[in-house]
Design a protein around this ligand. Structure first.
Ligand code: NDP
Length: 412
């Protein structure tokens, strides 16, 4: 069918590339390009020998000219941006210049401020439309599958969705007192920011980790979860008509929160540069360098993730609730692709999103979030490629749980 250029060779890219190779009917050829070429070569060495032809290249994705030269050489049908959110705009610029389709799994972030906003990328809408190319934003799990779940719920089960709660539970244990499951810099930025949710047309801000509930997750059990801001809230609040409220909850253990607070208190999570021995360093980037590489967690992580959305709304004038979720086993993922479930649950939808664009099922000039496309073919592919989903028409609703706004111990 076609050729993809994958940018990035980290945890998520490794899974997506494994899956592209499994889906060789669509991905006849892939080029893996990243800052450190040896990581691309390692992936090629592991995966060569199948039907997909693999090549590798070195690229600095902050440099538009380098990207344009690479795209012109490879001539891909799509660029899969699996590098970091800082590179989204340079890669989009290069796609525009070469009239090549684009996809990513995370919204653009300026290096100096944590914003989690789509506005920079939505500003490309007209230019992509005029160039006749598709940009698919946020095709990971959350954002990504959570948006597809929302579009699917609206299409098949509701006349109107009024409430959405996204519940992201990681019941995995890697045995370290503190480590992050994906890029530590992005992860810590996300969880140390203020919480925020959308209600009746307004954003309501909370302190970090201020709102806590305990939920009994299928196949994982009871876990503490905290209200966070997460980027799909912004697009879903706009794209699901009639929505009254949307929130996002993520589970964290006590040890993770205690360490994070201590690191915050000593200034290690700051993104403000400081001078150290005559050199400017960003404390959070230094912290990343001393923490375990998320890719190294694969063999040691046991347990399951359970991520999904609970919807409440109306169908034929009646109240209706619906919960759709995926359960993923860390060790099963490791056996299949050599990565833990966090990279797996992001890398699989990244491959599916790219395949949707390449096969023309999700091909529409402009810049779109996943929920703006027909969810049905994506939902089918989730079942096929390792992320089967489960439906529950009578779920426990978050609003029926006892309120617990008390901060966890040692966390001020
Ligand atoms: P990693 O840090 O493991 O990998 C990032 C990769 O990008 C590395 O190979 C890195 O190269 C490469 N890279 C960084 N800067 C550049 C550059 N300037 N030029 C070329 N390559 C570069 O991150 P993850 O795989 O964990 O995450 C990848 C993306 O997925 C992130 O944007 C993250 O936010 C997103 N994500 C999305 C989720 C979702 O559900 N939607 C969930 C989890 C992650 P090098 O090896 O040299 O450092």
């Amino acid at each position: 069918m076609g050729k993809a250029l994958v940018i990035g060779a980290g945890g998520v890219a490794a899974v997506a590339i494994h899956k592209c190779v499994q889906n060789s009917e669509v991905f006849e050829e892939i080029c893996i390009a990243s800052r450190t070429k040896s990581k691309c070569d390692e992936l090629k060495a592991k995966l060569d020998g199948g039907k997909t032809k693999i090549t590798t290249a070195q690229v600095d994705a902050n440099n538009v000219e380098e990207l344009i030269a690479l795209i012109n050489e490879v001539k891909p049908d799509i660029v899969m941006n699996l590098a970091l959110p800082y590179q989204d705009l340079t890669i989009m610029d290069a796609c525009l210049a070469t009239k090549t389709n684009y996809m990513d799994t995370a919204n653009y972030e300026p290096e100096d401020t944590a914003k989690f906003e789509y506005k920079w990328q939505w500003d490309y809408r007209e230019r992509f439309e005029q160039a006749g190319i598709t940009a698919l934003l946020g095709s990971g799990f959350d954002p990504g599958v959570t948006g597809v779940f929302s579009a699917y719920a609206l299409k098949h089960y509701f006349d109107e969705i009024e409430y959405i709660d996204i519940l992201d539970c990681n019941g995995g244990d890697h045995g370290y007192p503190f480590a992050t499951n994906f890029n530590p810099e992005i992860n810590i930025r996300e969880v140390s920011a203020n919480g925020r949710y959308w209600e009746n047309g307004e954003w309501i801000e909370t302190k970090p980790m201020e709102i806590k509930r305990t939920y009994d997750f299928a196949e994982v059990g009871e876990k503490d979860m905290y209200l966070l801001y997460h980027e799909e809230l912004e697009s879903l609040a706009q794209n699901i008509p009639g929505l009254k409220r949307i929130r996002f909850f993520m589970t964290f253990g006590q040890s993770y929160l205690m360490h994070l607070k201590a690191l915050e208190n000593v200034g290690m999570t700051s993104i403000e540069p400081i001078e150290y021995e005559g050199k400017q360093i960003i404390p959070l980037q230094f912290l990343k360098a001393v923490l375990p590489d998320p890719a190294s967690l694969g063999p040691r992580t046991v347990g399951k993730t359970n991520i999904g959305c609970i919807f409440k709304g109306k169908k034929d004038g009646q109240d209706k609730t619906y919960y759709v979720y995926n359960i993923c086993d860390h060790q099963e993922c490791y056996k299949e692709v050599g990565s833990q479930a966090i990279s797996y649950t992001t890398g699989v939808p990244a491959m599916i999103g790219a395949a949707m664009v390449m096969t023309g099922k999700w091909n529409k000039p402009g810049v779109y979030n996943v929920e703006e496309f027909n969810p049905d073919p994506f939902m089918e592919e989730l079942n096929k490629w390792g992320l089967p989903w489960v439906e529950d028409f009578n779920p426990v609703l978050v609003d029926t749980l006892p309120e617990d706004t008390k901060k966890p111990e040692l966390v001020r």
